[in-house]
Design a binder for this molecule. Sequence first.
Ligand code: SF4
Length: 764
Amino acid sequence: MSDVDGFDLTRRTVLKTAGAAAVGASFAGCLAGGDDQPAVDPDAETETAYGNCWMCHHACGQELTVRDGTAVDINGVDEHPRGSAGPGTEGTLCPKGQAELEKLYDPDRITQPYIREDGELREADWDEAFEYTARRLEEFADEHGPEQLLDATSWSTTNVHEYFWGNLYGTPESIGRGRHVCFGGPHLSGNLMGLGANMRFVDYQHSDYIIAWGRNIFESFAGQWEPKGVLEALENGATLVVVDPQHTPTAQKADHWLPIEPRTDGALALAMGHVIIEEELYDEAFVEEQTHGFDAYQEAVADKTPEWAEDITGIDAELIREIATDFAEAAPAAGIALWTGVGQYAEAQKASQNVFALNGLVGNIDRPGGFRMWQGPPLQMNPFEERGIDLPNNAEGRQPALQLSPEYEDYPFRHTTGIGHTVVPEMVDNGHIMGMVNHYDNPLTDGSTQAWLEAIETMDLVITIDAYWNELTRNADVVFPEAIQLEKDTLINYAPTWSAYHDRRWISASKAVHEPLGDCKSGYEIYKGLAEELGWGEYFPWESEAEYNEDMLANIDYTFEEVAEQNFVLLEEFEYEQWEENGFPTATGQFQFDLDEEGGYAESADELGIDTAPEWIPPGTWGDEPDDEYPLHFYDTRSVFFSFGADQPLEHLHEQYARKHGLEGEDYRGNYLVMNPRDAEPRGIETGDMVTVETAAGEGDEPAMAYVSERTQPGFVTAEFGFGTGNSHEEGMNTMWVHDTQHDPVSSQVDRHLAAEIRPAGGD
Ligand code: SF4
């Protein structure tokens, strides 16, 4: 266990409550009767305004009622591609989305810039903050070189940061969220096999057979369209199969619940492939004409019988046969939705490769009801080109140390995915990363929090753009307060692809509903201000984000104003079976069972001694396994209430989270540790008791409150990640406190599974 002791041993003096207090005071004049929402004239006329929810960044349309300049109500937008089930259906928002109104007026938000002076953060105005940051960036470049500044941008609503840090400052490497944090293995496998990065979304409404593989779609989704699409499919008579160690709300609605042994998904998938080939239920024409490496796949599944898989997965062999047969017979109108459940353990890349192989086998790819190859709008993602701006590429020729230094030869993922979260602290320790810019993310929740705390302590420069105080913002040298989505003109350019419209491209945009709270600015304005200070003003000719967005719409026959006025616009149609014309975006141009032609991957596989074809990689090969000392599987989970800790200061969400666990009567508003009675009773633990989690990395920073439920399997305990130390809501255990450096060595995905022991903590 590291000797970092929470906040106390940090080099920098920590501003823990002073900032929040100052912010609260500055906003207090607007508060009405203790409510954070300003007082409104009840007789004032109401107006309707639109937004695109950014609480989990999936952009469900928001319809806001504004009275007397204050947003007083928030609802979904009917027929919105992300927030509804499509044509003629109601748009809704999940609890997080509804809570954005609370965030809009939250006095705990950071509402002005801060810079560090004499070891302490102090309030600054924007001119001063820009000037200070520009000077520090120039000094950093002189001393370390831009390659030592890591770009940790996550959910920015603007893509301008890529040009700022990469093209202008010259930072060659970044860490992101999807690639290494949420579903590294599936992301890598899906891309290399030819399914693209959106490999996890089924053409739900047209599907006859949906397998939610490690997914709880009714509680954890990429927009409201997902659960609604599944519900529509069920109403149409589709079969739903859920593969999950927990009996989730999605499992409750399923025709079959397969309570699989944790981390044995790869074995189940291989056995299903075995049955489908043995029963000759596969799509021979598709396999013959559109795929690469079928022989290797056939060989890989040859001895993987359902009986073999039963021993490993705990799923009855006959049930495996039935599911495999029914899935293949329903194909191509049969789809597999897979995401973080199979994405967040050390053997995940190969497990997801085994699962994705089933798509190629039954030929459900880009066919109605199967796996859809979604198409985004034809945005001009580089508006600089539109303006004829000759943007330099100052990152060109600079390589991050990960690729150059022999110290990282133990990390095969450097061939495939670049820097991962678990290696950053080591690179800081080695002096290869000495600074970081962070934009709406908290890498302290991705990889060992303790190691990250030490890393940011060692760095020479930490810049962050965020809305709340957390351990990163408190320890930064510069804090820029960013306006939230409702306070800025936003074009949804991040992921307007998958949606309730299976055959239409779409675009969504919105104008600011409200003036930014305090002195917040949009991400675009922050980068423009900083660029001007650094002498790069010529590269930022757009006066506003709306103007920049206008140029992003250069290829689309709508102005920003027009899209924002109606919130979303459906664009041209696209067809199924796009592979007929375009092939697959892989080295062979085909769907790849075997990744032997993918050079970087083949190098990683060779170093690890694994196959390039589907293969069974047993749990414990890279991640740890339960033993006498740590007999339980401990998993991070995510719920409908929070997104990566970013929404956790919001009280309504805590209330709902507590209510879901029947613990609303308790004072405690932190993390809940979910466990089965068969594990709880021998340990003398009951619902409402405080418990500690211990792994080989040490004991949790704080206790969690136990929630004992039959709905979770014996031997399997879970807690929400994004809580506790390091996050903006600090009550309750931070699951990353008990993590070390476990990761998937192929994809660099943080391994969110650990062997653990749970003990009563005493107290309440
Ligand atoms: S799923 Fe919920 S949090 Fe995510 S964008 Fe939609 S309403 Fe917002």
